[in-house]
Design a protein around this ligand. Structure first.
Ligand code: ADP
Length: 627
């Protein structure tokens, strides 16, 4: 809608003759006269150029951009007196009127094509924020008492529309307005509607019809719309011009404003300002301000007053979130929610799903942990019971070994007791015969004491072996344990075979074990070896216990020359209750195997490589002793 290029309306023309220099002036060859004439011409040209330059400097052109809200003709008619007065007051400047529509004025300011701007308060506050416009005076309309309350909006409807008593009644109606950014032609009413709790954008069916505002008046009269929004005083102007007849239209929500000559539906805002741009020469701004304020009031002329307070306009725009506050409006939570509600909804759903998932996982983890804890406790309980059973079984096994040996044990203990009895009786007899010498007494008592000690030793070892106790781990001397086992066997058996112990283990290494359990294993293996050779010639009854180091392990072999076992028997050797003995339990070897494996070792059996019989071997891990 911009009418380009804007035409200068008032003011004289400027002489813009270009300064021309001739070829002679640049020193062409010629006579002295000719040279003198050329010099004079040059001087004349210089003087003329100086005058022209001075003229140009004083009559500088000043562009005043005005917002032509009622079109070109009205703008010229309205503002020409101002241009004329300024040209008269400041003859050193040539003021020119450039009229624009809203977008054109904005562009002209952005491109620095105007020095002064006259526009409505709404566009002024917008461009004040955007381009740093600065008002130097506010229009003081002759028939308005206060320039601070000079512009409002009037909502018009056909006279027969009694159903539209006030602005609130516009809800749901078709309403004509100028443009979304029009100050008097929309925004002032929009602000009022908002103040009444209506959403001007969605609660009304607004039709923007642009300028001139007469279009809106026509649309209302035709009944195309229910109501129309125009600037205050337009209605009175159209009545004057007889464009509208009295009784055609009525004012919706008319309100009384003191000292204001026109009908209005809204509160009033300050009048139009004249403003300078950031690029305007401050001296010019000051001169123009002074000239405008000095212009006389009255006589129907436009006069100016000190710049009004445009805060109400700012507040209106802020409330509506338009102009300089458009971004602010866009960023309010409500605006964001309105714009992005599907996303927000999705986000909320996701969030809820996340929370539900987390709670579910938490619950499951909790339940699973409780289950695990329970099963762990059950397992620990079962393990404790198993350990107890194991210990019980080991104990029983030890008692069983003792049981098997107990027949001979009675005989063994009987022997020293008999010897003691014999010595005691011989002492009594000698005393009766009075042949008891001190030497004989001393010898008999020594024998009695030795025999008593021997019997005591046997009982001691048996008690120690049979004792019930929990497993331990301590450095053990395998050769010593083997010797102890041998002592126990020979102590308990009347005719114990020869048991040879060969210790070939490395001295710097130690086995961590439970000595009593290892002794039990050895005793079991030795007892089985004795059983296997029972009744065979004495040469085959001999047993060997070999201890040897093998890398990080110690191997203990129990070798016999007994009856041995065939392959099928060997395969079942470590099965519980496998026995070939009429009074056997078949638990000795399985228990031995469990004990050795609990020590991290292994127990196995193979035919004796050196001839008849079996060779039982167990391995135990050993550790380097600290130097
Ligand atoms: P038990 O001695 O009560 O039978 P063991 O588990 O100690 O229980 O032994 C199981 C069986 O293994 C014995 O009955 C015997 O047949 C066989 N056995 C064990 N050691 C030897 C051995 N050195 N020579 C031959 N057979 C053996």
């Amino acid at each position: 809608m911009e009418r380009a290029p804007p035409a200068p309306i008032v003011g004289g023309s400027i002489l813009k003759t270009p300064l021309v220099t001739t070829a002679a002036g640049r020193g062409a060859p010629g006579t002295a006269w000719a040279r003198a004439g050329a010099g004079l011409r040059l001087l004349g040209a210089a003087v003329l150029a100086g005058l022209l330059a001075a003229g140009q400097a004083t009559a500088r052109e000043v562009a005043i951009g005005v917002f032509a809200w009622q079109g070109e003709r009205a703008a010229i008619a309205d503002w020409s007196p101002v241009i004329r007065d300024l040209n008269a007051a400041l003859p050193e400047h040539r003021f020119r009127l450039d009229h624009y529509d809203a977008a054109g004025l904005r562009r002209a300011i952005a491109e620095h094509r105007v020095d002064l701007v006259i526009t409505n308060p709404g566009y002024y506050v917008t461009m004040e924020a955007e381009f740093g416009l600065s008002r130097i005076a506010t229009l003081a309309a002759p028939n308005v008492r206060s320039p601070d309350r000079a512009i409002g909006s009037v909502v018009i409807a056909r006279a027969d529309r009694a159903d539209l008593p006030d602005l609130a009644a516009l809800a749901g109606r078709r309403v004509a307005a100028v443009a979304p950014d029009a100050f008097g032609g929309w925004l002032i009413v929009a602000g009022e509607l908002k103040r009444r709790g209506l959403d001007p954008e969605s609660d009304l069916a607004v039709r923007f019809m642009g300028l001139p505002m007469n279009n809106i008046v026509d649309a209302v009269r035709r009944g195309d719309v229910d109501a129309g929004i125009v600037r205050t005083c337009l209605l009175e102007q159209l009545l004057d011009e007889e464009y509208v007849r009295p009784g055609d239209l009525r004012v919706v929500g008319a309100r009384q404003e003191d000292g204001f000559p026109c009908a209005t539906s809204t509160p009033l805002y300050p009048d139009w300002p004249i403003a300078v741009t950031r690029q305007t020469d401050p001296a010019l701004a000051k001169a123009v301000a002074r000239a405008l304020l000095a212009m006389p009031d009255g006589q129907g002329l436009l006069s100016w007053t000190v710049p009004a307070d445009y805060r109400p306009v700012h507040e209106l725009y802020q409330g509506l979130g338009v102009g300089p506050y458009a971004d602010l409006h866009r960023l309010t939570p409500e605006a964001l929610a309105r714009r992005f509600w599907p996303w927000l909804l999705g986000l909320v759903v996701l969030l809820i799903a996340g929370i539900v998932h987390t709670v579910r996982v938490e619950y499951q983890v909790h339940r699973r942990t409780a289950e695990l804890r329970e099963s762990l406790q059950a397992r620990q309980l079962a393990e404790a019971r198993m350990r107890e059973n194991q210990e019980q079984m080991e104990h029983l096994s030890r008692l069983s070994v003792l049981g098997e040996l107990s027949g001979s044990l009675a005989h063994e203990i009987n022997q020293p007791l008999t010897t003691i009895g014999t010595y005691a009786r011989s002492l009594l007899r000698r005393q009766d015969n009075r042949t008891l010498t001190p030497e004989a007494l001393s010898q008999a008592c020594t024998e009695i004491a030795d025999e008593a000690e021997r019997a005591g030793g046997i009982v001691q070892r048996i008690r120690h072996f049979a004792r019930k106790r929990a497993a331990v781990r301590e450095p053990v001397d395998l050769a010593a344990i083997a010797a102890e086992a041998r002592r126990l066997v020979t102590g308990m058996l009347a005719h114990a075979p020869e048991i040879a112990i060969h210790d070939r283990s490395s001295p710097g290494r130690a086995v961590l074990a439970d000595p009593q359990q290892i002794q039990q294993v050895l005793l079991n293996l030795v007892k089985n070896a004795i059983d296997a050779a029972r009744g065979l010639p004495p040469a085959r009854q001999a047993i060997e216990v070999d201890i040897e180091a093998a890398g990080s392990r110690v191997l203990v072999h129990v070798i016999d020359r007994g009856v041995g076992l065939d392959e099928a028997q060997r395969a079942r050797l470590f099965e519980p209750f496998f026995t070939t003995k009429p009074d056997g339990l078949g638990l000795g070897l399985p228990i031995c195997k469990t004990i050795i494996e609990a020590h991290g070792g292994r127990l196995w059996a193979e035919p004796n490589a050196g001839g008849a019989g079996m060779r039982f071997t167990f391995s135990l891990p050993c550790h380097e002793l600290p130097a």
